[in-house]
Design a protein around this ligand. Structure first.
Ligand code: ADP
Ligand code: MG
Length: 562
C-alpha cells in the first residue's frame, strides 16, 4: 500500500494524473523488472556456488557472500528474491549474505595486506627450506668428496680413516648365463626376513619364497636368539617345500656392513637399520648361522656365500644384462656396490681381474665431511635414531628417514605460524607418524589436494588448500634432495669406473632395488637427470631388479659353484 501511494506521487510528479489501476500497473512493472534482475543475479551466483562446491568435492558448501551496492542494500524485495532463488538453484550450498560497506576502499587495503602477508610468509618458508635445496656446486662437491672417500677406502693404509668402507666382497665374476642348479637363499636386513628356494635352469630362474617376521624383541635381543630364530624359519621353509633331507648350497643375503674375509666368511662390523642383537659385532655371521644350525640339529645347511643386498641386486640384473656392474639400493637404507679393478683394491692381495666392492656408502659423511649440508632437521632426526652420528649419508636419502625429516620441517613451519594457522598438532609430535610412503602419495602428479588433505586429516590436521600445497612442497624438497645426493654418489662411482678403464665414454647399467626408488613418483627421474648432469661422459641405464636379494644370493652361490 505504501508502494501504491509512492507510485501515485511519482507519476503525479511527472505531470500525469494516474488512476488507481495505473498505479497498480506501474507497481507490477517495477516488480517484474526487479524480480527478473534478482533472479538472474541468483542464477549467476548459483553457478559460482555449484562450481565451488563441486571442485572442492564437498557435499555441502557453507559459505558467506559479501555484497555491496545500493540496489541490494536498499531493496528488500531484491534481497528476498536473490536469496530464495539462490537457495532453489544451489540447494547444496548454505549461503549467508553479508552486507559490506565501502567494500572498494577497505577491500583494496585488505588485498594489499593479504598480498604482503603472503610475500612475507613465502619469504619465511623459503628461509626454512633453503638449506635443503642443494645447488649444482653443492652436488659437485659431494661427488668430489665421495670420490676422495672411495680412494681412501680402497687404500690399505688409508682404509681405517675413510667413512666409506669399500668392503671387498670376493665376488669376482658376474653371471654368464651358464649357471644351473637348485639353491637356498636367505634375505636378512630388509623390512622382511625371507627364505627362498631358487632354481637356476636353462629356461631361466624359478623361485619359491616365504616371508617370516622377526619381532623387534629378537632383532634387538641376543645374537643367539636371533640366529636360532633364523634357523627355525629355514627349517619351517624346508618342511613346507619338501626339502628336508636335501643339502642345497645356500646364499645368504646379509645387508649389514661386514668385513668379508672370503666368499663365505663375513665379520659383522656394525648393525644398522634398527638391528642391535648382542654378541654379533666382530663375529663371522656364517659361523653364527652354522652354530645355530648345530644347536637346532639342522644338518641341511651348506652356506656357500654371504652377499650384501647391493651385490645380490647387481648379480640378479647381471643375469639378464652383462653391462650391469653396479648395484644400488634405496629402500629402508641406501648402499651401492660396483666392479673395481683388483690393482686398485689395496685391502686384498692380488692384482689380476676385478672384484665387486660393497661401498657401504650409507656411512659417507660419518667423519664429518658432509657436516655443512646437514640441516637442523637432519640433526634432530639423527639424534633420535639408535645410531646417532652414524650412517649420515643414508639418513639424508633412505626410506627410514625421509618421513621423519618432513615431519620435523612441518613442526617447524607450524611453530613459525606458517602452517595450519600455527595451531598445535599433538599427533604430529609422534615419532614416525609420517612414514615415507606418504611422500609418494602426496607427490603423485595431479593427485587432488583433497587427497593430501585426507592424509593430513588422518593425522588430525585441518589443512587448508594453502596448507596442503605447502606440505607437498616440503615433501618434494626432501625427496628431491635425497635423489640428488644419491646421484652425486653414483656420479663418483661411474666416473671412477670410466677413468679406471681409460674410456672417453662409459656405457654401464645400474641394477636397482628398494621400495623408495621403485614406488616414489619422481625419485628415479631425479636420480637419472642429476646423474646425467654430473657425469655427462657416462651413459647410464637403470634397471630395476626383481627380487635381487633372493635371486642374487642364489646367483652368487651358483657362480661360486660354477
Ligand atoms: P628394504 O630396504 O628394507 O629391503 P624395501 O626396499 O621394501 O625394503 O624398502 C622399505 C622402505 O621403503 C620402508 O622402510 C619405507 O620407508 C619405504 N617405503 C615403503 N613404501 C613406500 C612408498 N610407497 N614410497 C616410498 N617409500 C616407501
Ligand atoms: Mg631390500
Amino acid at each position: 500500500e505504501e508502494g501504491m501511494a509512492k507510485a501515485r506521487s511519482l507519476l503525479e510528479g511527472l505531470g500525469l494524473r494516474p488512476s488507481e489501476s495505473d498505479c497498480c500497473r506501474t507497481q507490477q512493472v517495477c516488480r517484474a523488472v526487479v524480480s527478473r534482475a534478482a533472479a538472474l543475479c541468483a542464477a549467476g551466483l548459483s553457478a559460482i556456488l555449484t562450481y565451488m562446491c563441486r571442485s572442492r568435492e564437498l557435499e555441502c558448501l557453507v559459505v558467506n557472500v559479501a555484497v555491496d551496492g545500493e540496489l541490494y542494500q536498499g531493496h528488500l524485495r531484491f534481497r528476498e528474491i536473490l536469496q530464495s532463488v539462490t537457495a532453489l538453484l544451489a540447494p547444496n550450498c548454505k549461503v549467508t549474505f553479508v552486507p559490506t560497506s565501502d567494500g572498494n576502499g577497505r577491500g583494496a587495503a585488505i588485498v594489499t595486506a593479504v598480498a604482503l602477508r603472503l610475500v612475507a610468509q613465502r619469504h619465511e618458508v623459503d628461509q626454512v627450506l633453503a638449506p635443503l635445496r642443494l645447488s649444482r656446486d653443492d652436488l659437485k662437491r659431494v661427488q668430489g668428496l665421495m670420490r676422495r672417500e672411495m680412494d681412501l677406502g680402497l687404500g690399505r693404509e688409508t682404509n681405517p680413516t675413510a667413512s666409506v668402507r669399500m668392503l671387498p666382497t670376493y665376488v669376482c665374476n658376474t653371471p654368464d648365463g651358464g649357471e644351473q642348479g637348485k639353491f637356498l637363499a636367505l634375505d636378512l636386513g630388509g623390512t622382511n626376513f625371507r627364505v627362498l628356494m631358487v632354481e637356476v635352469g636353462a629356461d631361466g630362474i624359478h623361485m619359491a619364497s616365504e616371508i617370516y617376521v622377526i619381532p623387534t624383541a629378537v632383532t634387538q635381543g641376543t645374537g643367539e636368539a636371533l640366529f636360532n630364530h633364523i634357523v627355525e624359519c629355514i627349517m619351517d621353509f624346508q618342511l613346507k617345500q619338501d626339502l628336508a633331507g636335501q643339502v642345497l648350497p645356500l646364499g645368504f643375503t646379509f645387508s649389514f656392513p661386514c668385513q668379508q674375509l672370503g666368499l663365505d666368511k663375513a665379520v659383522l662390523l656394525t648393525w644398522t637399520k634398527g638391528f642391535s642383537a648382542s654378541d654379533c659385532v666382530g663375529k663371522d655371521v656364517v659361523q653364527l648361522l652354522r652354530e645355530a644350525a648345530q644347536r637346532k640339529q639342522n644338518l641341511g645347511l651348506k652356506v656357500v656365500a654371504v652377499v650384501n643386498d647391493t651385490v645380490g641386486t647387481m648379480m640378479s640384473c647381471g643375469y639378464d644384462d652383462p653391462k650391469c656392474e653396479i648395484g644400488l639400493i634405496v629402500g629402508t637404507g641406501t648402499n651401492a656396490c660396483y666392479m673395481e679393478e683388483m690393482h686398485n683394491v689395496g685391502t686384498v692381495e692380488g692384482e689380476q681381474g676385478r672384484m665387486c666392492i660393497n661401498m657401504e656408502w650409507g656411512a659417507f659423511g660419518d667423519n664429518g665431511c658432509l657436516d655443512d649440508i646437514f640441516t637442523e632437521f637432519d640433526l634432530v632426526v639423527d639424534k633420535k635414531t639408535i645410531n646417532p652420528g652414524k650412517q649420515r649419508f643414508e639418513k639424508l636419502i633412505s626410506g627410514m628417514y625421509l618421513g621423519e625429516i618432513v615431519r620435523h620441517i612441518l613442526l617447524a613451519l607450524v611453530d613459525k605460524q606458517l602452517l595450519f594457522r600455527g595451531k598445535p598438532c599433538p599427533k604430529l609430535q609422534t615419532n614416525d607418524i609420517f612414514p615415507t610412503k606418504f611422500l609418494s602419495t602426496i607427490e603423485i602428479d595431479g593427485l587432488g589436494l583433497r587427497k593430501v588433505q585426507g592424509i593430513l586429516e588422518d593425522l588430525e590436521l585441518q589443512a587448508s588448500f594453502e596448507d596442503s600445497t605447502l606440505v607437498r612442497e616440503v615433501c618434494q624438497t626432501v625427496s628431491k634432495r635425497a635423489a640428488q645426493l644419491c646421484a652425486a654418489g653414483l656420479a663418483a662411482v661411474v666416473e671412477k669406473m670410466r677413468q679406471n678403464q681409460g674410456l672417453d665414454q662409459l656405457v654401464v647399467t645400474v641394477g636397482v632395488d628398494g621400495t623408495l626408488y621403485k614406488l616414489h613418483p619422481c625419485f628415479s627421474q631425479h636420480v637419472q637427470q642429476t646423474l646425467k648432469d654430473l657425469a655427462p661422459k657416462c651413459i647410464v641405464t637403470f634397471k630395476q631388479s626383481e627380487d635381487g636379494s633372493g635371486k642374487g644370493a642364489a646367483l652368487v652361490a651358483a657362480v661360486a659353484c660354477r
